[in-house]
Design a protein around this ligand. Sequence first.
Ligand code: UD1
Length: 448
Amino acid sequence: MRRVGEAFATGGGSRGEDVPGGYRRGVVEHFAVRGGARLTGSVDVVGAKNSVLKLMAAALLARGRTTLENCPEILDVPLMADVLRSLGCEVSIHGRTVLIDVPAEPGAEADYRSVSRLRASVCVLGPLVARCRRAVVPLPGGDAIGSRPLDMHQNGLRKLGATTEIEHGCVKARAEDLHGAQIWLDFPSVGATENILMAAVLAEGTTIIDNAAREPEIVDLCVMLAQMGAKLEGVGTSTLIVHGVTGLQPTTHQVIGDRIVGATWAFAAAMTSGEVTVRGVNPHHIDLVLDKLRSAGAETTTGEQEFTVAMDGRPQAVDFVTLPYPGFATDLQPMAIALSAVAEGTSMITENVFEARFRFVDEMIRLGADARTDGHHAVVRGRELLSSAPVWASDIRAGAGLVLAGLCAQGSTEVWDVAHIDRGYPRFVENLRSLGADISRVAGEPDR
Ligand code: UD1
C-alpha cells in the first residue's frame, strides 16, 4: 500500500488515467482519516454537480457555442462531455470552463456506454425531443440509493405530444409536434421537472408544470434557458409556466455554487467543534441546514455568497426529515446521520425521497454509531467518540458522511470506493486538509 497524499490527487503519479477531481481511473484507492482534528479556516466551493450536468444537456437546445463557467472539476463533467460528443457535439474542458459546440442537427441517439456510466445523462432526453423530435437514451440502470424510475419524465413528455416507450434497455421518444400542456407531477421530481421543462421550451404554446421541483439547480437551469431566449414564469415556485418559442440561442452562463458541498463542510465544522467559513455558496440555499445546525448549538453568520459555522463543544441531537427543496436535502441525510452519531442525545432521521438511502447506515455502525433503521426512519443515539474501521462508500453522499464520521473516530478510518466521493466533491482531500483534517488518499488494494 502506498501513501500518496496531495501530489497524487493533483495527477502526479504514474499509473492510471488522470481525470478531474483527483480520482484516477484504474487505481484502487481509499481515504485514510485520522479523527480528532478540529476543522478551522475557510474553503471555496465551485459550481454544483447537480446543476452543471443539466446545463450541459440544455446546451443541446441551441445551435452554436455555449460556454459554462465555474464548473466543478469532477469526473461526471467529462463523462457528460462524452454523452454530448456521442450526439455530435464538440466539447472541450479548460479547468472550470466547458465549451460546447452544438451542430445544426445533433444526433438523437445517445451512446449506450457513455450514458450507462452516468445516471444524470438521462437529462438529454428532454432537449433531444425538443431539438430532434425524437430521442433514444439508454436507461442508466439501478442505483445504490434506491429505485429511480422515469415514469414521470415519460408521462410529461406524452402530455406534450410525444410517444415514449422503453425498448431494448432504452427510453425511446418521438414527437411529430410538441404542444403546450398542463402537467401535474405526482412528486416534485428534479429530473422529471428538468426534462419536461427542456422539452417544453421549444413546444408550441404554453406548458404549466404543477408540483414542479424548485431546487436552486432548477432555478439555475431556468436562468440559463431564459438567457437563451426561453419565456418562463413562476421560476423558483412549484408552478412553472413555459411559453414555447421557435428557437433558442447559445449563451455563456456561470454555474451556481454547490449547496450540498457547502453544507457538507458546515456539518464537518459542527461535528469537530470547529469554525469554518464557506465561500461560493448562497447561504439561503441552505437556510434549513443552518437552522438545524443552530439548533444543534452552532453559531452561524452569513454573507451574500458565504457563511460561517462555529461550534463550541459537542453538538446537541436534532431531528431531520428529508423532503424536496426547500426541505432538508436527501443528499445531506448521511451528514445528518454522521452528526447525530456524535451528538449529545437521540435523533430521529426520516428519509422521504430515496427508500434505500439508509443502506449505508451499516457502515456507520462499523464505526461505532449506535443507529437502528426501521423503514423510513433511523434512530441514532449519539456517543462522544466513534472508533475507526475500514468502511465502504456506496454512493457520493454516503462516502462523504463516512469521512465526516471518521473525523470524529478514534484511530485511522479507511474509507474505500472513494471514486464515488470524487464524483461529487472536487479536491475533497485537499479541501479537508486545508481545514486541518488528517486525511490522505492512499493507493492499493484492500486487505479483504
Ligand atoms: C436529483 C439529484 C440527486 C438528489 C435528487 C433528490 C441530480 C443529478 N441528482 O436526482 O442528487 O438526491 O434529485 O433531490 O440532480 N421518481 C419517480 N419517477 C420518476 C422520477 C422520480 O418515482 O419519473 C422518484 C424517485 O424514485 C425518487 C423521487 O422521485 O424517489 C425523487 O427523485 P428525483 O427528484 O427525480 O431525483 P433525481 O432527479 O434522479
